[in-house]
Design a protein around this ligand. Structure first.
Ligand SMILES: Nc1nc2c(ncn2[C@@H]2O[C@H](COP(=O)(O)OP(=O)(O)O)[C@@H](O)[C@H]2O)c(=O)[nH]1
Ligand SMILES: [Mg+2]
Length: 408
């Protein structure tokens, strides 16, 4: 299994020692023994994580046979692509440290999950320091600045030429920026939205000051690389105040403990506990032979993390990134409207994650070019409605596409 090619990528970023790799290991580990289901690592720092969504099979009262995803007791786990990005060090945009490698991975990401050490026990370069002595808000500002300055460096080289060429046409400016920034996974709609949000004079870009350009790029960064803060190490008491402050500053913050999630998934994989990622509790298996240390560790996670915060936060962070930041919806295409199956009789085989706004016909094209070309109409199975090509898909829609061609 792999994430499909139209899918969005989430880059896990932050300075060294905040818990990025722990988060990545936890998020890419399936906590059950599931036979021939392959755990996929694409490259050393690329992996498949999972979105958690209630499976529609219970609602339609059918047994499912998932193909591109997993169903664990009524919870669908849908694969998504994660990148464990090299640690950010100050001055990355000027090529310091692993700066180039860092930016090369940020370039490919559609959204960022910024893992911060919310407990404030690592300094600005990632070296351990006294607990609570570093302000993680500095890390948040720092990362934003590095990415904006990197974009600025790319754009500034030929800004005056670009601004002159754009002349008085706003569309020209959009196209020129698009061409210049396309390698950063920045799309035309990101540029249009950033222009709408900024109060700069688009007719006269040649009059923009250096400050104006940076102001615009700051907006473009937040639009094109939407960022979630995974406030990690909530098991350490010094994290609480910091999390509140970050939330109050308007950031999307998900408190988490990557270490606890990794411990739970490993215990699940070994068959010691029942645990589906994102659960608010764990259940020790009756026949599990836990030693005292294991029992104590699991009890502590239950008490200080799951009861207190509702979950370890790792699953919630991934869900928030894809469902809220990237506004994806999960849809179930089926061929047979009665049995909710594909032509091989597999019930609810696939879940497609598509951006909100995707239409029935666009989905047909994502499934197969031929299906898009020969699209007649679609059936929204829940509503038992025939819908046209412009129907906008909703989260958890079960949809059947009727086409002029028979697929085999
Ligand atoms: N207390 C605590 N420590 C954590 C947590 N997650 C990771 N760590 C520790 O933080 C250190 C750095 O973790 P690592 O994943 O290698 O960080 P990276 O450099 O950002 O990839 C390790 O000692 C981890 O065990 C957590 O949730 N709580
Ligand atoms: Mg690491």
């Amino acid at each position: 299994m792999s994430a499909p090619s139209y899918s969005k990528k989430l880059g896990i970023v932050g300075k060294p020692n905040t818990g990025k790799s722990t988060f990545f290991s936890a998020a890419t580990l399936i906590p059950v023994d599931i036979g021939n289901y392959p755990f996929t690592t694409i490259k050393p720092n690329r992996g498949i994580g999972y979105l958690r969504t209630p499976c529609v099979h219970t609602e339609f009262n059918v047994e499912d046979n998932p193909r591109n995803s997993l169903c664990l007791d009524g919870i669908r786990l849908v694969p998504v692509e994660l990148i464990d990005v090299a640690g950010l060090v100050p001055g990355a945009w000027e090529g310091r440290g692993l700066g180039n490698q860092f930016l090369d991975e940020v370039r490919k990401a559609d959204a960022l999950l910024h893992v911060v050490d919310a407990s404030g026990s690592t300094d600005c370069e990632g070296t351990m320091c006294k607990k609570g002595s570093h302000d993680p808000m500095e890390d948040v500002k720092f990362l934003e600045n590095e990415i904006t300055m990197w974009m600025n460096q790319i754009l500034k080289k030929d800004w005056s030429k670009l601004a002159r060429t754009a002349g008085s046409g706003k569309d020209d400016l959009i196209s020129l920026l698009e061409a210049r920034l396309t390698g950063l996974s920045i799309k035309r709609y990101h540029i249009i939205e950033s222009i709408r949000k900024s109060d700069l004079n688009m007719d006269k870009p040649e009059h923009w000051s250096d400050q104006d350009i940076i102001h615009f790029l700051d907006i473009l960064r937040s639009v094109s690389k939407p960022t979630l803060i995974a406030a990690n190490k909530i098991d350490l008491p010094t994290s609480e105040d910091n999390i509140e402050r970050m939330k109050e500053s308007g950031y999307t913050v998900v408190p988490c403990s990557a270490e606890a999630e990794l411990a739970l998934r490993r215990a699940g994989e070994k068959g010691l506990i029942d645990y589906t990622p994102g659960d608010c509790k764990l259940t020790t298996k009756n026949d599990a032979k836990l030693n005292d240390a294991q029992k104590k560790a699991l009890d502590a996670i239950q008490e200080h993390i799951l009861y207190k915060f509702g979950s370890t936060g790792v699953q919630e962070a991934i869900n928030t990134a894809f469902f809220e930041l990237l506004q994806m919806v999960a849809v179930y295409p089926v061929e047979d409207c009665e049995h909710l199956s594909d032509h091989k009789g597999r019930v609810l085989p696939d879940v497609y994650l598509v951006p909100y706004g995707t239409t029935a016909r666009q989905l047909a094209y994502i499934i197969h070019t031929e299906l898009g070309d020969s699209f007649i109409h679609a059936i929204d199975i829940r509503g038992r409605n025939r819908v046209g090509e412009d129907y906008v898909l909703k989260n958890r829609d079960v949809i059947s596409i009727v086409s002029a061609k028979k697929r085999g």
